[in-house]
Ligand binder design. Structure first.
Ligand SMILES: *Cc1c(COP(=O)(O)O)cnc(C)c1O
Length: 565
């Protein structure tokens, strides 16, 4: 019997997301957004919230990254076999794309919580015999292809997703759109709740927008206008045809083009940004909308190295269910905490040696930097002034481990990766640096737990939240970061880590100077000269930040602010 039956009876919250990081071996995610989606479901499972996830199967994955001898990113397909992890469900539904019926089935992946709960994850798949060869590829490549390909994927996700839930017999009490990719679900809901034509008075709209809005909430993640999906109405007409009245569509999604973010905003009662600052930036970008903040968090068990979870089990029992208990991190004996860190660091050093044949020194501090490689993240900020950098490293040596993928279409990001490889060669005599290829969840955990300091240097105010620094906090690793995104809320200078520059949005130009100053006069001296003060800092990161910036707290907020409103 199919495992799906177990999940049908209870009324559920449907969480729609283009990408979701279920585990390292399943490449249905590209980076932060997908990992956040994964942590969302993991917490929903632990908290036993009635949830169901709708996403795409992305059979060819995002891509596997290789860095070639000249330092360039090479993108390989990263296929996976759904049948190895998931169950093919019998139900099939169709959506019309470009005038053709496109048949969709779903794979059921059961996400087992760390405790009792489990959540169904539906991965939509168009690779079926009955489909036209072109249509079979719609769910192959995550973020691949051109605009038309993207719109087809969003039709499958938003419209196909709602129909699939219905076909499987799910009773949905609420819809959560994780970013604009799934906003077409709003159109499908409007259509399905529409009053029949014969019941309408002359000129009356058939649509029940308040009812749809009441059931939906929308989370925006992108503080850059250009980052929002927009499609010309020509393309929409050609691929999607007329789902709802064209006038209604334009009033919801924009008059000159279909803006997925606008659509998401207009069909949702509750709208949120992913940190306080990001909500403020979003309100500026979308005047007239009420945008709340639900600050992101990371999943406790997933992002804690076993050496630390053992300690937490001993000194802060129940932390996995109620991470708020981590405010008591002071109870952990200093030496035990340090030994856990030594163990995590040893494992990172081993991983680096195995993958890159470079030997890091366990006695010297390791700075970690891992995230998507793209212009606004400024992974090259540390290399702004090589003379200065050399001067610092010669007196107080440190090491650097970096990783991250650039989106295949992001030429700037790919160029940055090349530049970083060049810097690594230039600085080889005075800083040991490595770039680990193919950043994924496993490498992320090794880095956020094995580094001594977690570095983040985005251009304000473009880091909507950032989550890797929260993962570091779960492993007692302090952040050294520009005050943007979550760090505005998480930074207590000298207690949880350190700020680079002030909070002012225009301060970006002076960040390199401040980064060097902090490293040279605060961070490195503390590491080398005062072990006990350093351990106090580690406890500050755990007690003040892990206790709050976790996805259990985030999901409890979504429940009271959005789902149960
Ligand atoms: C956490 C994570 C990210 C996001 O990192 P940010 O610092 O928030 O940009 C990206 N990729 C992977 C694999 C991650 O685990």
């Amino acid at each position: 019997m199919s495992k799906i039956n177990h999940f049908i009876p209870e009324h559920r919250i449907a969480y729609f997301t283009m990408e979701v990081a279920l585990k390292s071996e399943i490449p249905t995610y590209s980076g932060g957004l997908g990992v956040l989606a994964g942590d969302t479901v993991r917490s929903a499972a632990d908290l036993e919230l009635p949830f169901v996830v709708v996403s795409l199967v992305s059979r060819q994955g995002y891509f596997r990254q290789e860095i070639d001898a000249s330092g360039r990113q090479i993108e390989h397909p990263d296929p996976w076999e759904p049948s190895q992890w998931a169950e093919a469900l019998g139900a099939k539904i169709a959506v019309k794309i470009e005038g053709r019926e496109v048949w969709i089935r779903a794979w059921l992946y059961v996400l087992q919580g760390h405790m009792n709960g489990a959540e169904p994850v539906l991965l939509l798949d168009t690779d079926l015999d009955e489909n036209h060869a072109d249509d079979r590829m719609i769910t192959h490549h995550l973020y691949g292809g051109d605009e038309a390909y993207r719109l087809k994927q969003e039709i499958v996700l938003g419209i196909g997703g709602v129909r699939m839930l219905q076909a499987l017999g799910f009773k949905i009490r609420h819809y959560h759109m994780n970013e604009g990719h799934s906003a077409l679900l709003g159109l499908e809901l409007l259509q399905s709740f529409a009053h029949p034509q014969e019941d309408l008075r002359e000129g009356e709209s058939p649509y029940n927008l308040p009812r749809v809005r009441d059931m939906c909430n929308f989370t925006t993640h992108t503080p850059i206008e250009a980052g929002h999906d927009k499609f010309s109405y020509d393309l929409v007409d050609r691929l999607l045809g007329e789902v709802i009245d064209p006038g209604m569509l334009r009033s919801l999604a924009g008059s000159d083009c279909l803006n997925m973010t606008r659509l998401g905003l207009n069909v949702s009662e509750h709208i949120n940004g992913v940190a306080r600052k990001h909500a403020e930036v979003s309100r500026r970008m979308f005047p007239g909308y009420h945008v709340d903040a639900v600050t992101n968090g990371v999943h406790p068990f997933t992002w804690t190295h076993p050496a630390f979870s053992n300690l937490y089990d001993q000194y802060m029992r129940g932390w996995c269910h109620e991470p708020g208990t981590m405010v008591r991190a002071d109870l952990i004996p200093d030496e035990a905490l340090w030994q856990a860190h030594v163990e995590a660091k040893r494992q990172l050093i081993e991983k680096v040696a195995a993958q890159r044949s470079i030997h890091l020194d366990p006695e010297r501090p390791i700075l970690g930097f891992g995230r998507r490689m793209t212009g606004y993240k400024r992974p090259d900020l540390l290399f702004s002034d090589l003379r200065q950098l050399k001067k610092i490293a010669e007196k107080q040596p440190f090491q650097l481990v970096m990783a991250g993928k650039a989106h295949p279409h992001d030429e700037g990001g790919k160029k940055l990766i090349e530049t970083l490889q060049e810097q690594i060669r230039t600085c080889v005599d005075w800083i040991t640096m490595v770039y680990l290829p193919n950043y994924n969840m496993d490498i992320a955990l090794a880095m956020v737990s094995g580094a001594d300091v977690w570095l983040n240097t985005p251009l304000r105010p473009l880091e909507a939240s950032g989550t890797s620094g929260m993962k570091a906090a779960f492993n007692g690793v302090p952040s050294l970061s520009v005050l943007d995104g979550w760090w505005i809320e998480g930074c207590i200078e000298g207690v949880t880590g350190w700020a680079i520059g002030p909070e002012t949005e225009s301060a970006n130009g002076d960040d390199a100077v401040d980064l060097y100053r902090k490293l040279e006069t605060v961070v490195l001296p503390l590491f080398y000269q005062d072990r006990s003060a350093w351990i106090k800092l580690m406890k500050g990161a755990i007690s003040k930040n892990a206790s709050f910036f976790n996805s259990h707290r985030m999901m409890r907020s979504y429940t009271t602010e959005a789902y149960l409103r």
